[in-house]
Design a protein around this ligand. Structure first.
Ligand code: NAP
Length: 235
């Protein structure tokens, strides 16, 4: 799974390991964070390996899948695209670099990972892909045109891939978290929580619970769906 060194990704990695999956803990720069996630999984009796790669690098998907197939000696049958960044600014002043960095990381990276994942899944005639989108892909949030475009694109990618591969036993779904307490939201004014019907932020574990369900056998007939986990923000 991508972007698993902290925050939501770390919670998903721990949760999937608890469910019995060997987990590839991808990170871009936070090696200590990724190693700590791996250590907590192995201490709990699970299997995990830390893998450095920038998902915005066109070579990352082949590198990551090759490393995982060698490490665990089996095809990768669950992919969680969680790696994401934001670079906020209002549209009139949003720079090309901020636009491209977010699209390349949050959308194009997930597309390349999905394309690479589907090859062994199609051969195995089973697989699960879960894309971590955002409530911002469903409703407007000023200052996030790049992030919103990437996250809405991720939903469209999920739905399209879902119908392409549904008859091969592969599901592709998205989760759309609202405000979750992580490094990404640490500097955002908590006054904004007044707009959340639940009147609180969510936890990474609450997002992980949704991803674990979508990755499980119990979700075998759920595909092309977007599961909001946002305390009612998109309702
Ligand atoms: P976070 O705490 O900032 O963690 C982001 C993770 O993604 C880190 O593990 C980071 O690794 C990794 N990452 C970033 N860029 C990467 C790249 N180019 N290649 C590989 N890994 C990369 O963020 P978070 O809040 O947990 O968010 C996780 C996902 O949920 C993101 O897709 C985000 O858009 C989405 N989301 C978050 C919220 C929220 O309220 N927090 C709401 C909706 C959606 P390094 O530490 O090594 O850079």
């Amino acid at each position: 799974m991508t972007g698993a060194s902290r925050g939501i990704g770390a919670a998903i990695a721990r949760g999937l390991a608890e469910d019995g999956w060997p987990v590839g803990v991808n990170y871009r720069s936070d090696r200590d964070g990724a190693e700590a996630v791996v250590a907590s999984i192995t201490e709990a009796g699970g299997q995990a390996v830390a893998l450095a790669a920038d998902v915005a690098d066109p070579a990352a998907a082949d590198e990551l899948f090759g490393a995982l197939e060698a490490e665990f000696d089996c095809p990768v049958l669950v992919l969680v695209n969680n790696a994401g960044i934001s670079r906020d600014d209002l549209t009139p002043s949003l720079g090309d670099e901020e636009w491209s960095a977010v699209i390349e990381t949050d959308l194009t990276g997930a597309f390349r990972m999905t394309r690479r994942a589907l090859k062994p899944m199609l051969r195995a005639r089973r697989g699960r892909i879960v894309n971590v989108s955002s409530v911002v892909g469903l409703r407007a949030n000023p200052g996030q045109a790049n992030y919103a475009a990437a996250k809405a694109g991720l939903i469209a990618l999920s739905r399209t891939a879902a119908v392409e591969v549904a008859r091969r036993g592969i599901t592709v779904n998205a989760v759309a978290p609202g405000w979750i307490d992580t490094d990404m939201t640490a500097s955002v004014s908590r006054d904004l929580l007044d707009a959340v019907p639940a009147r609180r932020a969510g936890t990474p574990e609450e997002v992980a619970a949704c991803v674990r369900f979508l990755a499980s056998d119990a979700a075998s007939y759920v595909t092309g769906a977007v599961l909001s986990v946002d305390g009612g923000l998109a309702a």
